[in-house]
Design a protein around this ligand. Sequence first.
Ligand code: SF4
Length: 358
Amino acid sequence: MDMLPIIAPNLNANDLAERSLAGEDLSREEALSILDWPDEDILTLMQAAFKVRHAAFGKMVRLNYLVNIQSGICQEDCGYCSQSSISDVPVEKYKLMTAEEVEAAAEKAVANKAARLCMVASMRGPSDKDVAGVAAAVRRVKERFPQLELCACLGLLKDGQADTLNDAGVDAYNHNLNTSERHYGEICSTHGFSDRLDTVRKVREAGISSCSGALFGMGETREDVLDVAYRLRELGVDSIPVNFLIPFKGTPQGHREELTPVYCLKILALFRLINPFAEIRIAGGRELHLRSLQPLGLYAANSIFVGDYLTTEGQPGSQDREMIRDMGFAIVGEDTETGAVPLVDRVTLTSRQARSAK
Ligand code: SF4
C-alpha cells in the first residue's frame, strides 16, 4: 500500500509560506500547529520556511562574530546566564575592554568572514562613561574596517545613550526579549519585560537597526513561544537571534533538558513564517541542540554566529563555513570560496595501516 504524506491537520505548508510572504498574519492556531508539526514531516515545514527565506535572502548566509567586551560582573539575576550575580559558573571576569582590545576582536571577525561584530557587555545597563568608551572603540574599528557592521549589546539604555552610539557609527543594538511577558518573571526578578521593551523602542527611535530575539528551553509553554514571536513582529525588529538554552551547572536554569533538535527546527520555521523579512539568526546553543540537524536550520535562518559564544566554545569557524558551502549556500561578503580542504588531505589511515606503511 502506498504511504500517504503525513501533514499537520488542515494545514498546507506551501499556503502558509505564500501568506507569510504576502504579509498576512498567521493565526495563533496555525502558529501552534507549526510547533506541533509531525516530526516525520519536518522536511515539508522546512521547505515552506525556505520558500520565505529564499524570497527575502536568497541562499545567502550572514556570519556574526561575538566578543564579550565585559565579562562576568553583572548585577542582574537572569536565571539562564553564566555571568549573573547568582551564577556559580567559573567564568572570566573583566571590565570593559579598551578600544585596542575591541579592534583586535574586529580583526578576528574579519578573518572569520563575519559581516558583523557583536560587542556584548555583561551589565544591567551602561553608565555614560561606558557608552563613551564603546563609542571610542566603535570609531576606531570603523576607521580600520569600514565594511564591518558593529552591533552593541550593553543592556538597558537610558535616554540619549542610543543617540550617542548612533553618532559614533554603531549599526545595530541588540537587546533580547528572551521570552513572553507572562513567563518573564520566572527567569529574572531584577528587571522586567517592560524594561526590555523600553530599550528596544529607544533603539528604534534613535534610528539604529534593532536586533532582539528569544531564548528557548527555560520551561516556557508553546503559547509563550508564540507570544514572543508575535511581539517581535509587532515591534518590527530587523534581526532576531534565536537562542537555545545552554544549561550551565551553577545557574537556576542549569537543570533543563527540554529541547529536541526537531523541535528547535520547528521554532526556527515558526519565526521565519511569522517574521518573513527579518534576519533570523541561529544563535547560542546551535551546536548543542540542533546537533546533526544544524544544516536544516539554515532553510529557515539566514544568519549564524561564527566562533565562540560569550562563555562557551562554538564549533570551528571553518566547519561552519564548510557546512554553508556544502549546502550550496554562500556567505555574505565572501567573493570567492576559500579554505576548502582537498579531499586527499581528509583521508586518514587507521593507525595499524599507517604503521605498516612506514
Ligand atoms: S542582564 Fe545580561 S549579563 Fe546580566 S545577568 Fe542578565 S543576561 Fe546576564
